[in-house]
Write a protein that binds this ligand. Structure first.
Ligand code: UFG
Length: 385
């Protein structure tokens, strides 16, 4: 459970990868919880807005009415990272920044090892130089590999990873364990995410993939909006209720609140190092996700069955009891809410964070309504419903 310590609550949080999908939603949640945020990002996985600002964080400022301090910074540029870090009095770091496309990681392994591992080492060294030893690390359920049992709890073995991206997460977790053994004054939580989907309910923030390699929800969205003719489903012969792969989809805002809960834990206890699963505990098949999306958004998502995707796991879902017991956190939002919030973001921002022509949005919405009937989730973009 960790040794309770009396230390002042954290005030200022340094967030790497703060402009990315999970990063930006977490920044929003942190700001709303009263933290001051210093965010850095190198724009590998997100959109640079006007004047070098992060487009996603501009939206956070718009929603919260609070200013986010942001720097464009690559963690491989250690002198710049050190310079930024020194400018502020940082209490805790949340480390999201990483290259994250599974397929790409198999083609460009050195790039992934360089960015994810060296970037993390640079960050840890800079933290140590500044006597900041409080860290939340963004890990992934992918480090469990093919599960021996379901649901997966934190005691499940790790390391049997099927892709390079996941291996970088696994190696970093192992490195953090070694660091904690050598220097027990570090206080570290690894958060193992299951499959984050959805968007902030305002429709102003969401996932905006910058690469062709994406996860299932953006694919479903692009079929529903008419950019792609059908969703390819990878495998219908798994030992699951309908033969398609099972995952634990978690709303990105639940994931974000998991970080706020974990930070409170770090501030209250000296854990040395501990890992927590962040998932809902519910396994959902690909077809169940598609049907739910169709029902909630009143759209059609035709599917085409293809053979299994190489490296895919049959079923994966969390036992999130530990996070509930020790962090006081549980995922609250339903699969319906995940789909509804994703869709609200998608139709209001067909070009993601890139500038959107209001007339274009109005035309898209009209076309969707005409072909599929009225959507249950209302959206407003610059006054367009
Ligand atoms: N799927 C399809 N068609 C698609 C895309 C995905 O059928 O076009 C299926 C997959 O086969 C799988 C499920 O949808 O059964 C989810 O696939 P994703 O690609 O969305 O997610 P993965 O579970 O494969 O992996 C994701 C991230 C990893 C991360 C992992 C756990 O890509 O980075 O979740 O967090 F490590």
């Amino acid at each position: 459970m960790g040794i309770p310590v009396k230390m002042p609550p954290f005030k200022t949080v340094f967030v790497t990868g703060g402009a990315g999908y999970i990063g930006s939603h977490t920044v929003l949640e942190l700001v709303e919880a009263g933290y001051e945020v210093i965010a850095v990002d190198n724009f590998t996985n997100c959109v640079c807005g006007t004047e070098g600002q992060a487009a996603s964080l501009k939206r956070v400022e718009e929603i919260t009415g609070k200013k986010i301090t942001f720097y464009q910074c690559d963690l491989l540029d250690k002198p710049r990272l050190a310079e930024i870090f020194k400018k502020h009095k940082i209490d805790c770091v949340i480390h999201f920044a990483a290259m994250k496309a599974v397929g790409e990681s198999m083609i460009l392994p050195l790039l992934y090892y360089k960015n994810n591992l060296i970037g993390t080492i640079n960050l840890l060294e800079v933290m140590k130089e500044n006597n900041c030893l409080q860290l939340l690390f963004s890990s992934s359920c992918t480090i469990y590999g093919n599960p021996d049992h379901l649901p997966i709890n934190e005691k499940h073995s790790i390391g049997n990873v099927t892709n390079v991206y996941g291996r970088t997460k696994y190696i970093i977790e192992e490195m953090l364990v070694d660091l904690s053994k050598a220097e027990p004054e570090w206080n570290i939580i690894s958060l193992r995410y299951f499959n984050p989907v959805g968007a902030h309910h305002s429709g102003r923030m969401g996932e905006d993939p910058t690469k062709a390699f994406t996860n299932i929800m953006p694919y479903i969205g692009s079929v529903a909006i008419g950019r792609k003719p059908y969703l390819t489903v990878f495998g219908d012969d798994y030992n699951t209720p309908d033969g398609t792969g099972v995952r634990d989809y978690i709303h990105v805002m639940d994931l974000a609140s998991g970080h706020v809960a974990a930070m409170a834990k770090l501030a209250a206890s000296h854990l040395k190092i501990k890992a927590y699963n962040l998932g809902t505990g519910r396994g959902v098949t690909v077809l169940e996700l598609v049907r739910t999306f169709e029902k909630v958004t009143k759209t059609k998502v035709p599917v085409q069955m293809l053979p299994r995707r190489e490296g895919d796991i049959e079923s994966m879902f969390a036992d999130a009891t530990l996070a509930c017991e020790e962090l006081g956190w549980t995922a609250e939002r339903s699969l319906e809410t995940m789909c509804e919030d994703y869709w609200r973001w998608q139709i209001a921002n067909p070009n993601g964070y890139r500038e959107t022509d209001t007339a274009d949005v109005a035309a898209k919405l009209a076309a969707i309504k005409e072909s599929h009937g009225e959507c249950s989730c209302q959206s407003t973009v610059n006054g367009v419903h």
